[in-house]
Design a protein around this ligand. Structure first.
Ligand SMILES: *Cc1c(COP(=O)(O)O)cnc(C)c1O
Length: 429
């Protein structure tokens, strides 16, 4: 059976038993059209679908695969660990070791807890911020995504934005009304929101480099000004580094910029493909958590031994190999070549890139916030995406996402990707 026919058949079957055939919405290819590709195997920079067709992968499971798919040493180590059991529901020595390793890389996380998803990390951080400050309101960024936390499904990226209300049915408007959403890179907007509501704001939460409206870069001094304003009003600054953590550097954006948010959320790369995330921050804040403090937070599988073992391996690799400088340099060469071709050919395309992550927007407007991101022609993105797919390259199946380069993407892989991108760009615009 042809790949497309086989995928369509599988998708049809999936739709009988799973809503929209997928366990997470963007996987359904709704915004690019066609049937989702069902993947069966990954190794290094490659994915193979159920038909055995191979793809050079830039989706990286939405970020976690910093060292590519299925690193042999990680698989061996987790497999060995699994013989000791899959979950105990008790304290373990390994989780303590991991917490120290995380704190070493993220000194702002004086204390931290392990959870199982980025959503859970953010949900817990927001509750803690409200509990510790006794304030109710949360400020977020238009197009900022923080998992499917009720309070944060307001102007939450990837389409769906409706003015001033929740993006999702099922979020009470009374709750959504406590969330204020402002544009990125706009200090005045935050200043005004703080003047208006400052005394009621528990926290400002942001992805310091937004990646869920596509990659958008902070303007010079923006993050420092935000930090000043937040603290002037005695609110808390929460950095959602679920994507940027371990991606831009081992210590995330906060290490690169030398910043110290009150609370930080980590996920994705941390678990190396296992369900693991963390939230942490100032000791005095974290001590508000139960059982010592009044803010409840818990999890049956929190600190799961298999996931913790994978995380320990990931962090040890980062310590031993210090991979970020070489990775970011190789990615930077690729971005530069791609940008040169875009400029030479006069294509109406914006390449936003930093470290080893990037987005191509199909617009002539520089993309600096959600409003400008939304000027992208998503039909063109869909054509670009499908042309790449046909040429054996897998991207995030939506315009408003980041793509990721791993340490297993060699210069030769990136040369091939450049060729594929240029063919797809010509086909798309
Ligand atoms: C992916 C993501 C989340 C949610 O993490 P899940 O593990 O999908 O729940 C939260 N914040 C950011 C910035 C993310 O990219």
């Amino acid at each position: 059976m042809k790949t497309q026919d086989r995928m369509a058949a599988l998708f049809h079957e999936a739709e009988q038993v799973i809503p929209s055939g997928v366990n997470s919405p963007v996987r359904a290819f709704k915004s690019v059209g066609g049937s989702p590709v069902f993947m069966a195997k990954g190794k290094g920079p490659w994915l193979w679908d159920e038909n055995g067709t191979r793809y050079l992968d830039f989706c990286a499971s939405w970020g976690p695969m910093l060292f590519g798919h299925a690193p042999a040493a990680l698989i061996t180590r987790v497999a060995r660990e699994l013989r000791n059991g899959t979950s105990f529901g008790t304290a373990t020595a390994k989780e303590v070791e991991l917490a120290f390793k995380i704190r070493h890389l993220y000194p702002s996380m004086e204390k931290l807890r392990l959870v199982s998803s980025g959503t859970e990390a953010v949900m817990s951080a927001v509750r803690l911020a409200r509990g510790a400050t006794g304030r109710k309101k949360i400020i977020k960024i238009d197009g900022g995504y923080h998992g499917h936390v009720d309070s944060l499904l307001v102007k939450a990226g990837s389409g769906l934005a409706t003015f001033g209300t929740a993006d999702s049915a099922g979020v009470p408007e009374e709750l959504a009304a406590l969330t204020i959403s402002i544009p990125f890179n706009d200090v005045t907007a935050l200043s005004e929101a703080m003047q208006h509501d400052g005394g009621q704001v528990a926290a400002v939460i942001l992805e310091p480099v937004p990646a869920n409206m596509g990659v958008v870069l902070p303007e010079k001094n923006y993050l420092a000004r935000i930090e000043e304003l937040v603290h002037a009003h005695k609110a808390l600054l929460i950095f959602d580094e679920v994507i940027t953590g371990f991606r831009l550097s081992a210590g995330g954006l906060q290490q690169v910029f030398g910043m110290k948010p009150d609370l930080t959320c980590l996920g994705k790369i941390l678990g190396g493909g296992f369900p693991l995330a963390a939230f942490g921050g100032r000791k005095d804040l974290m001590d508000h958590l139960a059982p010592k403090g009044p803010v409840y937070q818990a999890g049956t599988l929190s600190g799961n031994p298999a996931a913790v073992t994978a995380a320990l391996w990931m962090l040890e690799q980062m310590e031993k190999k210090q991979p970020h400088a070489a990775l970011n340099k190789r990615a930077g060469v690729f971005f530069k070549k791609l940008q040169r071709q875009i400029t030479q050919r006069g294509l109406p395309v914006q390449l936003n890139a930093t470290g080893s992550m990037f987005t191509l927007f199909f617009t002539s407007t520089p993309v600096t916030d959600y409003r400008s991101a939304k000027t992208s022609d998503t039909q063109r993105y869909a054509r670009f995406f499908h042309s790449c797919l046909e040429q054996g390259l897998y991207l995030a199946p939506s315009q408003f996402e980041a793509n990721f380069i791993s340490t297993t993407h060699t210069a030769a892989h990136l040369e091939k990707a450049l060729e594929i991108f240029l063919t797809a760009l010509e086909a798309a615009v």
